[in-house]
Design a protein around this ligand. Sequence first.
Ligand code: SF4
Length: 347
Amino acid sequence: MSAALGVRHDWTRDQILALFNLPFNDLLFRAHSVHRQHFDPNQVQVSTLCSIKTGACPEDCAYCPQSARYDTGLEREQLMAVEKVLEEARAAKAGGATRFCMGAAWRSPKNKDMPYVTSMVKGVKELGLETCMTLGMLTTEQAQSLAQAGLDYYNHNLDTSPEYYGEVITTRTYQDRLETLANVRAAGMKVCCGGIVGMGEEVKDRAGLLQQLVNMPEHPESVPINMLVRVEGTPLADEQDLDPFDFIRTIAVARILMPKSHVRLSAGREGMNEQTQALAFFAGANSIFYGAKLLTTPNPESDRDRQLFHKLGIEPEAYEVSGESSEFTPPKQRPAASHSMFYNAAG
Ligand code: SF4
């Protein structure tokens, strides 16, 4: 896309920092103006997330209760049976989700797991839902088989800046993550990629994360911005609270940099009041997880989300499959791009 349309891939760290440093009202005005050019500001995409394999992950992501290295009291679960996953997907659809996201706490899937996960993708697609998975690192072949099964999105987060990354994860490199993302793109799937704020990083690291995302050859269609959920037993359990305005600034800068991507208000929403969430929507967030649990961390219950949407006049964005649309009111305007996701899965 051309720079004339506001989609660039050549942002410097200083230019991004300059956005972070704008007066708050100037930043929000600019982000909201960009948002309105590309999206209906009163629509938010809604996904439901299902943990298809929980805990016992060999990685050491310092924020994650699913790492086998930390004693967080999390109950481990084996890979779910395909039919059980489809049951959850049917319930998610009945609850209004248009996308079903499946996460497994793996470093990477084993080849023996692939027939199960590809069956899940096919089954969920047949229900008329968009599909997304997060399974850890993927080889070229694994990415291709997921794409052939019909997987729409693959989530793999960069988490933070390249400079701060080593403070958070030591068992896989930034480059490993970039390679998985390249495999996902090469297989033709949409990319869901974002990070986490509130892990003790500085503003320059938030700028560094967004710089990595925006300067990819194609922007991720979906950019989850997570607020750290501090979990007892993880190394980041005692991290200090992030000022909610710093979180909103991160959303706003992501919106300006990646005007056609869905920016997802992801983990950490439970700890935000309605006003902070409303400000995040104004700043350009237009995707959320909906349902009782965001993998293993609490997520606002669906009816609270419904109430908030009602108060703000927000409608869930419809996803149309073969002429059939979700149960919600059809959108007034179809967005040009798509959406989503998490952490605390195989981020
Ligand atoms: S974030 Fe993912 S890769 Fe890291 S420990 Fe948790 S489940 Fe494992």
